[in-house]
Design a protein around this ligand. Structure first.
Ligand code: PHE
Length: 341
């Protein structure tokens, strides 16, 4: 008997809690507590119980009846309230996932702002380009290895009689001649940020990368202006604690030419998988070669310039505190990675 009572009580409670309106609740009341109800049937059995147990069982039945009635009135209130409100506005809503600007776009914005502060103007030139802009105008010899199929992606389309084959530009320097030819007034202070493509992929190289190319052309421009611009950028973008160095190098379109390195933040300059010897190469720089000025229709006797071209992904990766061991992770679609930025 006691077992039957507790089973019936549990069933009643769980069914009452899942009702949604008065009618359902009333049906349940009749099923259990009505004249021929299942609980009423138990009450009726009380008189047949052995007198020694009757008192005890009677108390249990009374208590249970009260529980059933309380459940009914509680659920009745709950159903009424739900019906009035329609929905429960006090329950916190489900937030839709919100994305954010991609870290490369953020880096591009930041780099643009640093240069715009000192008077550079943001430009963007074609990423699918003619050989003349990517190589010829930049003083590359016909057999220069960078022109090789191995380094550069060529587009399978007929070559232009004057501008040569079509290609995916391997560097933003292809914007130099375009800027000079398009620019009506001098001086030039360009910051060209675009995508570049190269046949390479490892921990520090991407097939599709972004470069930011600075080009300044004016009378009386000299190496000190280049060095000052580099120092200003390094300090603004990486903070005051990083070291940079210029290594003599060779580019056909600058003379003298340099490569710019920044001390590695991952190993603190000791040497690691990414930087090898404590320095990370950011890109090239130098004084614009007179032949490039000529290709851009600028009087090389009157004007001089400096240029630099550095990798956005690389620069961002080497920012203080950002310990990304493989540059290819920046193109990952894994939200576990992306939501950290
Ligand atoms: N275009 C060169 C590169 O891709 C970098 C560079 C730009 C060097 C401008 C000198 C001046 O590596």
């Amino acid at each position: 008997m006691q077992e039957d009572v507790s089973k019936l009580r549990n069933e009643f409670i769980s069914r009452a809690l899942s009702t949604e309106n008065k009618e359902e609740l009333e049906a349940l009341r009749i099923e259990f507590l009505g004249k021929n109800g299942r609980f009423t049937a138990l009450l009726k059995q009380l008189k047949d119980i052995d007198p020694s147990e009757r008192k005890h069982v009677g108390e249990l039945l009374n208590e249970t009846k009260k529980v059933l009635e309380d459940t009914l009135s509680g659920q009745q209130r709950e159903n009424e309230q739900r019906g009035e409100r329609g929905f429960d506005e006090t329950i916190p809503g489900i937030k839709p996932p919100i994305g954010h600007i991609h870290l490369i776009s953020k880096a591009i914005d930041e780099i643009s702002a640093v240069f715009e502060n000192i008077g550079f103007v943001r430009r963007r030139y074609p990423e699918v380009e003619w050989d003349w802009f990517a190589f010829e105008s930049l003083n590359f010899t016909k057999l220069h290895p960078a022109r090789d199929n191995w380094e550069t992606f060529f587009v399978d389309t007929p070559a232009d009689p004057k501008l040569g084959p079509m290609l995916l530009t391997p560097h933003t320097s292809s914007g130099q001649a375009r800027e000079m030819l398009e620019k009506v007034t001098l001086p030039i202070r360009m910051i060209n940020i675009s995508k570049c493509y190269r046949r390479q992929s490892d921990a520090s190289h991407l097939t599709m990368l972004h470069q930011f190319e600075g080009l300044v052309i004016d009378t009386n421009i000299n190496f000190v202006h280049l060095k000052g611009t580099i120092d200003y950028f390094m300090n603004s973008f990486f903070g005051p604690n990083r070291k940079s160095r210029l290594r003599p190098y060779n580019f056909p379109f600058t003379e003298p030419s340099f490569e710019l390195d920044i001390s590695c933040d991952i190993c603190g300059g000791k040497g690691c998988k990414l930087c090898k010897q404590g320095w990370l190469e950011l890109g090239g720089a130098g004084m614009v070669h007179p032949n490039v000025l000529k290709a851009g229709n600028i009087d090389a006797k009157k004007y001089r310039g400096f240029a630099f071209g550095w990798g956005v992904e690389r620069a961002y990766m080497m920012k203080s505190g950002l310990r990304v061991p493989d540059i290819r992770m920046l193109n990952s679609t894994d939200l576990r990675f992306l939501t950290q930025f």
